[in-house]
Design a protein around this ligand. Structure first.
Ligand SMILES: [Zn+2]
Length: 141
């Protein structure tokens, strides 16, 4: 996504980005660090433990020190160890930022209707894993 479409998408996703940024900024005194990466404002070392990364608009809250690590795909995690299929966490989360930029305010309702984070068949998560593996295909349908 480039140029005007990218800017328009970021404006469209802004309501979520503002919320994520507020949460991220509030976490800075508690040990998180901020940087621009993966098409987002990234807060690493996010101190509240949901264990992993969460994308809110163009903000990624990450409980680990870096997004540049390998995680099992949703399908592989569901199948259980040994995990055979791995993707880069930051690339996976960046796919969600692009999904936000297309869906804007409709992202969260659409994501929840598709099953949320706790189904292995969420088209949003499958698409994010595909994007992290191949560099394309972040759109869920
Ligand atoms: Zn995801």
């Amino acid at each position: 996504m480039g140029g005007i479409a990218d800017v328009a998408g970021k404006i469209w996703a802004l309501p979520y980005t503002v919320v994520g940024l507020g949460i991220g900024l509030a976490s800075l005194p508690f040990g998180s660090t901020m940087k621009f990466d993966y098409n987002a404002i990234v807060f690493n070392n996010f101190p509240v433990g949901f264990g992993g990364a969460m994308t809110i608009g163009n903000v990624i809250l990450n409980t680990e020190s870096t997004l540049n690590e390998q995680i099992p795909t949703y399908a592989s995690a569901a199948a259980g160890p040994p995990y055979l299929d791995w993707v880069n966490l930051g690339s996976h989360e960046s796919a969600h930022t692009y999904q936000y930029q297309v869906l804007g305010p409709f992202f969260v309702p659409a994501y929840l209707l598709a099953g949320g984070a706790f189904t292995t068949r969420s088209p949003f998560e499958t698409a994010a894993d595909n994007y992290a593996k191949t560099g394309s295909g972040w759109w869920p349908w």
